[in-house]
Design a binder for this molecule. Structure first.
Ligand code: ME8
Length: 646
């Protein structure tokens, strides 16, 4: 079969429960898989979990579980979440499976035999969040990992390395001549990165430091690096190297990721493939972040939205629609409950749901729910058909380009026009006049358009589309929600105005998208927030070692101190850390400025700068307070300014 479509999501780390960011990528993959199935493609949709590495071993330890127990539980939670969100994947891959281990060891041995790896000692800044050594460019001005906002750990180790630099010229050339990375600004980002020599990739971890990984087949003292293991899942999933059909899927492979993991996918993976003699994947689709406020939603920042809770409150289709409609693929988008509610009420309940409800109940009341025969078509009927067809064509063009928001907007213009058409042609007036033929023609035109909307929207709104198509008896045997049974659906029927046929009896279906009471939901949300805050106050809150590590405590030397004019409680300090910074502290009641000059203090160096009385404060000093007053914390022995406290 030449029409194949292979789509993958990243395999998610099991140190975190599925959140809205993971759900977004997986829903996009599911929507694309459904879209291509309806275009007649044989689709393979792969998702799964990334279960090796430091992070996972530590997360298991923190919960007092063995890594195996821990990964089994979380992998199941991912599967359950995807099932509840109606994700119809073909295969769920786990990197701890024997099948995957065999592939990884096969690849490691092949590349070792080809002389691609060498043993070397390496020292540098290691970020446990990224699971790799960082280059100086990947650190911010405070020396923190830009992505995890956490200080890296300095490590010195003997390890196996892969000389990426050898392939830089090839990759640069390949990427500049092809459009494998989409949107193109991510391709530019990678090409920029390839302007500089590539550091060798450390592909192993010594077993004495980390045993939770796949053993190197050529050196039992080491396990392989988590990214080397993880990226190969895309090959394992389709049966590489034994199942001959893997190559057919590989020739049509599309990988969805967010920008956080661009480098492994756009640099390491292509080079691994090249070294193995496997052709480059077909496309890398890169999206932006779902943000909360201005921050990336992530487990480490603790600002996550649960996709399950959202879908339980609002409905699976509603959440899918919002995510695809409100993010322009490639760019960041801010999650907003009011926007989600507005999309449900305005687009789904009002425009689409209302069109369906009023059309079908009118048919029920006046035509006994049976599709009437056509009368003669007027120019208005033809204009309507044209607009509907144009909307669908634009939708079909934009969808595979991953411009879901534009695709849906195009389709909605047609849906909104259907509401205008029904108002203009007013079948209810025709019925009052006794002109059932004209009323019936308008109605049929709209019902056929509704069938096309439901069919086109199946990748986005699978549940309501199936309910509706089944009510329209277009696919009489289609059960309402079992996706695999929807294999009879095909986009071929999108422009067929004869469906549903005359005489077809339409079944009743309740409101597809009930309106959401915005005020009630937002009030409940506030109550939950207040409750959460109260819980925070009442219960002891433990933090993990990772969370503690994110606080960058440093020794700082006070170079200068003075009172802040017009603020009795504030002192302005200039400190060396060793770079010069200004700190505004509420300690004027307890210390005279001159007492502090020359003293060493401890500061939180990665606190977000804040303006206090018009002065920028770049950190916070530590002090202890009791009934007798306040005492600043000083190191017991003199330490270099900037020395790390931990
Ligand atoms: O990186 N907005 O796993 P991971 C949008 N195991 N998407 C988001 C997101 C957000 N705020 N947060 C996460 C890993 N994602 C590796 C991948 S693949 C061979 C190995 C989504 O659990 C997005 O798809 O950290 C992102 O790339 C992925 O989750 C990272 O998942």
């Amino acid at each position: 079969m030449d029409k194949r479509f292979y789509i993958t999501t990243p395999i998610y780390y099991v140190n975190s429960l599925p959140h809205l960011g993971h759900a977004y990528t997986t829903i996009v993959a599911d929507a694309l898989a459904r879209f291509y199935r309806l275009q007649g493609y044989e689709v393979f949709f792969l998702t799964g979990t990334d279960e090796h590495g430091d992070k996972i071993a530590k997360a298991a330890e923190a919960q007092g579980k063995t890594p195996k127990q821990f990964v089994d539980e979380i992998a199941n939670t991912f599967k359950e979440t995807w099932d509840k969100l109606g994700i119809n994947y073909s295969y769920f891959i786990r990197t701890t499976s024997d099948k995957h281990k065999r592939v990884v060891q096969h690849v490691l041995q092949t590349l070792f035999d080809k002389g691609e790896f060498y043993l070397d000692e390496y020292e540098g800044n290691y970020c446990f969040g990224c699971e790799r050594f960082l280059t100086p460019k990947e650190l911010d001005e405070k020396g923190l990992c830009k992505d995890h906002k956490a200080p890296p750990v300095y490590l010195k180790e003997k390890n196996y390395f892969f000389n990426l630099e050898k392939y830089r010229g090839w990759l640069k050339d390949y990427l500049s001549k092809t459009e494998v990375i989409y949107p193109s600004f991510y391709r530019e980002e990678v090409l920029n990165l390839l302007e500089e020599p590539l550091p060798p990739l450390c592909i192993s971890r010594p077993k004495i430091r980390l045993s939770w990984g796949i053993e190197l087949p050529f050196d039992k003292d080491y396990v392989t690096y988590v990214w080397f293991d993880a990226l190969l899942n895309y090959l394992t999933g389709i049966g590489y190297p034994d199942d001959p059909s893997w190559q057919d899927y590989w020739a049509n492979s599309h990988h969805l990721i967010a920008k956080d993991i661009l480098r492994p996918h756009a640099v390491y993976f292509p080079i691994m493939l090249k070294a193995l003699g496997i052709p480059m994947y077909k496309k890398l689709f890169v999206h932006g972040y779902w943000l909360m406020g201005s921050l990336k939603m992530s487990k480490s920042l603790g600002n996550i939205v649960s996709p399950l809770e959202l879908s339980q409150t609002f409905g699976v289709d509603q959440v899918r629609y919002y995510l695809l409609r409100d993010m322009a693929f490639g760019y960041d988008a801010e999650f907003s409950l009011p926007n989600l509610i507005n999309r449900i009420n305005a687009d789904l309940a009002n425009d689409y749901g209302n069109l369906v409800n009023r059309t079908l109940s009118f048919l029920e009341r006046n035509f006994g729910g049976t599709i009437p025969p056509w009368g003669e078509l007027t120019p208005e009927d033809r204009e309507f058909r044209e607009k509907v067809e144009r909307g669908i064509i634009r939708y079909l063009e934009e969808f595979p380009r991953l411009n879901f928001h534009t695709a849906l907007e195009e389709l909605w213009q047609a849906i909104r026009f259907a509401n205008v058409y029904i108002d203009r042609e007013a079948p209810w007036t025709r019925v009052k006049e006794g002109n059932y033929q004209r009323a019936g023609t308008v109605l049929r035109n709209i019902i056929s358009a509704i069938k096309s909307f439901a069919l086109a929207l199946y990748p986005v709104l699978p549940n309501s589309s199936l309910t509706l198509l089944s009510a329209l008896s277009v696919f009489p045997n289609t059960p309402s929600v079992i996706p695999s049974e929807a294999s009879t659906l095909s986009f071929k029927d999108l422009f067929n105005w004869e469906l549903p046929a005359s005489g077809t009896k339409i079944k009743r279906c309740g409101p597809l998208f009930p309106r959401v009471d915005e005020e009630k939901i937002l009030k409940e949300e506030q109550k939950v927030e207040v409750k959460k805050e109260a819980e925070v106050k009442e219960e002891p809150q433990y933090i993990t070692i990772e969370e503690f590590r994110r606080i960058d405590l440093r020794v700082a030397k006070v170079l200068f101190a003075e009172k802040v004019a017009g603020a009795d409680r504030l002192l302005r300090l200039e400190v060396s850390c060793p770079e010069k910074r200004q700190i505004v502290a509420g300690i004027a009641e307890y210390y005279e400025p001159q007492e502090l000059i020359g003293k060493e203090i401890i500061i939180v160096a990665n606190l977000k700068p804040a303006k206090i009385k018009g002065l920028v404060s770049e950190g916070m000093l530590l002090a202890a307070k009791d009934a007798d007053g306040l005492a600043i914390i000083i190191p017991e022995k003199e330490k270099e300014p900037g020395a790390k406290v931990g």
